[in-house]
Design a protein. Structure first.
Length: 371
């Protein structure tokens, strides 16, 4: 994998002519592709489901038909949103090759290993792992890995079964989630399996490119000339396990700026890293509940709810102002273990060292989710 430059382009947020996800501005995208290749970058990350299924087609039109095959690395993923029955696995994979108009994928992933699909991924009756390993053996997949938005425990389950065959793993990693989503522990887990890290959401959906004036001022005191979005990338340049950083670039100017940033490595000093992570923790504390997962509450809950885990998901949902991570995780829960199962007895609150009003949080969570 030595041929890969660290910056890759994620094709989930392509330029559009209208609000319709399938209405991609192909001329604009072609300019982006041409610039990316001209500057020596080659990694193009798409998926069966991005842009309602049109992202793979865009790869064909803007990249495959217009540039030598050896000049780029097309990447796609098996969709978690489809039932992984063996006949469907083969049909989807063949469809992906056809849509992209390639004979093989340089990189291919199990898409989004998480709470709602890990059991199916690990169940041998579906044949997904065996089929993808067969495609690797016959050359239609050069490198096989997985992406994960799931918890540490979910990732560990997947790695315990398939870790020896995985060549890379793509996780949500940025200076905010280093502690907030325990990304640091996930990096250490992958290091244990000698699996290099691919990064998604380096800017946390744009949040780390749009800091408050106070937050910007703190960063400017350390590096006056560094652009604010670049701090997220400098953070990732400071983590040895990171091999590829995917950025979902929506226009040519974003791409130009990211290319300028990655033209040089400028990792953070120990002092800069400490100050940046302290700022990230303060950003989180302004919004989230201070649960330390001591689990005193669990033994006092008559409903048997995993309150610390539910509060962690509540914090994520509140900080992100919605998003898919909490609903995705909770889709694997039985109804009697959801936030809506809280009866408001406040037994947990009587023993909480942080004095968290968990019953109020569960009611608000259930209301936000509509569950």
């Amino acid at each position: 994998m030595s041929e890969i430059k660290k910056l890759g382009v994620g094709l989930m947020r392509l330029p559009q002519k209208s609000g319709n996800a399938t209405d991609i501005d192909m001329e604009h995208f072609k300019q982006m592709v041409d610039l990316f290749l001209k500057r020596g970058f080659t990694y193009f990350d798409t998926s069966y489901v991005y842009h309602d299924g049109v992202s793979e087609t865009a790869i064909r039109e803007a990249l495959v038909k217009r540039h030598p095959r050896e000049s780029f690395l097309p990447v796609s993923k098996f969709p978690t949103f489809q039932t992984p029955a063996e006949d469907k696995v083969e049909a989807i994979f063949r469809e992906q090759l056809k849509k992209c108009q390639v004979e093989y994928f340089d990189f291919y992933l199990f898409h989004n290993v998480c709470e709602m699909n890990v059991d199916a991924y690990l169940d041998e009756k579906y044949g997904l792992y065996d089929y993808l390993m067969k495609q690797k053996a016959n050359g239609r997949i050069r490198h096989l890995g997985f992406s994960a938005h799931g918890s540490y425990d979910v990732m560990e389950r997947f790695l315990q079964k398939y870790g020896s065959s995985m060549e890379f793993c793509q996780i949500q990693l940025n200076y905010l989630d280093w502690s907030f989503q325990d990304a640091k522990a996930k990096v250490e887990l992958l290091k244990k399996y000698n699996i290099p890290v691919w990064v998604m959401e380096p800017l946390r959906g744009g949040r780390l490119a749009n800091l408050t004036d106070e937050e910007k001022a703190r960063l400017k005191t350390m590096r006056p000339d560094e652009k604010i979005p670049a701090w997220a990338f400098r953070f990732l340049q400071s983590i040895p396990e990171v091999t590829v950083v995917l950025s979902g670039m929506s226009d040519l100017e974003q791409m130009k700026e990211n290319i300028r940033t990655f033209q040089e490595e400028k990792p953070l000093s120990e002092k800069e890293m400490k100050n940046l992570l302290a700022m990230a923790n303060e950003m989180v504390r302004k919004i989230v509940l201070p649960c330390t997962a001591c689990r005193y509450c669990v033994s006092h809950c008559p409903q048997g709810l995993d309150i610390p885990t539910l509060l962690a998901l509540y914090n994520e949902h509140c900080f992100t102002e919605g998003g898919f991570i909490a609903p995705m995780a909770l889709s694997s829960y039985p109804n009697d273990k959801l936030p809506s199962a809280c009866i408001g007895c406040r037994s947990c609150e009587a023993v909480c060292p942080q004095q968290i009003k968990a019953s109020e949080a569960m009611a608000d969570f259930a209301d936000k989710l509509g569950m």
